[in-house]
Write a protein that binds this ligand. Structure first.
Ligand code: FAD
Length: 454
């Protein structure tokens, strides 16, 4: 019997595995080629091509703890996070509040942005005050308050009708959540503006050598205990052990464990963990994810580019909502501009759904064309391009999500849940929930070990 079986080799599962590595563990990952899940990057010389999570939490976070424990280096993301391309102009500096006056636009268009902009600015202040950490409270209490903020209506209901210019300005920001404005809660939408306008607060670091350095590094440490291509079909919790059934290379397997960490997306956990409490299984079935389609482009320019010095570039009227200059990480440490670069684009929510059935090569061409519209000449410098699709791109906070949180996070017996759907900070939630699940499993294992010895 294993001490712990960890199901899912994404960031949550690997964080749990890392903390449980001194026990007799096994990690079961359905992908037959790689661990990492929605963390996916590949190195190309000094550059990194990236398709998944790219911005990580800083000081005081579980992410920083994991990076320190695993000896993984990170850096503050260099470059502006507030680039924006609209109506043929690219802005990258100055307060975002001044952008409506600096983009080419009719006065009527500008005026139509002012009213929702002012309303949002006030509510961002209210949000920032409401969600600030309070002395003595646990992270769980704060998390519940974040979910509770304006959780009774959608962002579309909150913001009301927007002009065409207003839509270009506000909707791409909200859609980065992987939800459309009529799916996302008003509070989560306001939270996104708080994140963007307060620039980098929360997630502002990058992993040196690419995000997969972290996930592959952990997998390497526990390599003989990671099973790839192992699709878990059923998890049954019993009084003193858990039975895990999985299929690998067409062969059915069964493994017994004292504890299990379920670090799969919520809908898979719902399907597989067949005898968790009914209310918990129902809560799992209600979690919503939006898709992400992501493109990565390695470039071979030999001269400075207009986006040097900018990391995040919001785009309106394009096939992606945001372009992320991965080359910025090299720019931030070089003395002289070196040749080459790396760009990432992504299309969340309905934009991703629109591209879902289009073949990846065509999507890559569309992305390149759109990047070329913003940065003329871009198409001629692309050396390598690849698109990846993520069905469970990101979980998002919808109206009513807040009331599921107590059920999802209540203490369990032997099956402990982990994954980004348990909170609102994506990779940071994945890691912290992995740590919590590992701690609960280790605590039970230690108690039972002492009982057996006694
Ligand atoms: C394009 C994109 C950009 C993003 N950008 C950011 C960002 O900048 N910052 C940020 O913080 N977050 C970002 N995210 C989100 C972030 O990547 C995720 O929050 C995080 O990686 C989730 O980790 P996880 O372990 O919870 O889930 P996953 O990574 O989904 O891991 C779950 C694992 O379970 C495996 N699995 C599924 N079913 C089974 C089964 N039946 N049996 C065994 N294994 C199974 C999967 O293959 C997967 O490896 C982004 C995501 C995408 C797609």
């Amino acid at each position: 019997m294993k001490d712990a079986v960890i199901i899912g080799g994404g960031l949550a599962g690997l964080s749990a595995a890392w903390r449980l590595r001194h026990w007799d563990i096994q990690v079961l990952e359905s992908d037959s080629k790689r661990v990492g899940g929605r963390v996916m990057s590949e190195k190309r010389g000094p550059y990194v091509m990236n398709w998944g999570g790219h911005m990580y939490a800083g000081g005081g976070s579980s992410t920083m703890e994991l990076l320190a424990e695993t000896g993984t280096r990170s850096m503050r993301i260099p470059g502006s996070l507030q680039g924006m391309a609209l109506n043929g102009k690219f802005l990258t500096t100055g307060p975002v509040m001044t952008y409506p006056f600096r983009f080419p636009m009719s006065n009527k268009g500008r005026l139509s942005i002012m009213k929702p902009g002012a309303k949002l600015a006030l509510d961002v202040l209210r949000y920032t005050r409401a969600v600030a950490a309070r002395p003595g409270e646990t992270p769980e209490v704060r998390q519940q308050r974040i979910y509770d903020f304006e959780n009774d209506r959608t962002f579309a209901d909150y913001i009301g009708d927007l002009s065409e210019d207003g839509k270009k300005f506000f909707i791409p920001v909200v859609m980065r959540s992987a939800a459309d404005p009529d799916q996302l809660s008003a509070g989560a939408g306001i939270g996104y503006f708080s994140l963007i306008w307060n620039i980098g607060q929360g997630l502002g670091r990058a992993i040196v050598g690419g995000a997969s350095t972290l996930t592959e590094g952990i997998a390497q440490t526990i390599r003989d205990r990671v099973e790839l291509g192992a699709v878990v079909d059923e998890v049954v919790q019993n009084r003193d052990h858990v039975v895990v059934r999985y299929t690998q290379n067409g062969v059915a397997h069964e493994v017994k464990a004292r504890t299990v960490v379920m670090a799969t997306p919520a809908s898979i956990t719902h399907k597989v963990a067949v005898n968790l409490g009914e209310d918990l299984r129902e809560a799992l079935s209600l979690i919503e994810y939006g898709p992400h389609v992501a493109g990565a482009f390695l470039t071979n320019e030999t001269k400075p580019m207009p986006y040097d010095g900018t990391y995040g570039i919001a785009a309106a009227d394009k096939s992606f909502t945001v372009a992320l200059n991965q080359g910025s990480l090299v720019r931030g440490v070089e003395k002289e501009r070196q040749p080459g670069g790396s760009m990432m684009t992504f299309s969340p929510a309905s934009m991703g759904r629109k591209l879902w059935d289009v073949d990846n090569e065509t999507i890559a061409k569309t992305y390149i064309q759109d990047l070329d519209d913003i940065f003329p000449g871009f198409a001629s410098i692309v050396e390598e391009a690849r698109v990846e699709k993520f069905e469970f791109g990101s979980p998002y906070c919808f109206p009513g999500r807040a009331k599921l949180q107590p059920v999802l996070t209540r203490p369990s017996k032997r099956v402990f849940l982990a994954g980004d759907y348990l909170g609102t900070l994506y990779t940071e939630t994945a890691i912290s929930s992995g740590f919590t699940a590992a701690q609960e499993a280790a605590s039970l294992l230690s108690t039972e070990q002492q009982t057996r010895r006694a």
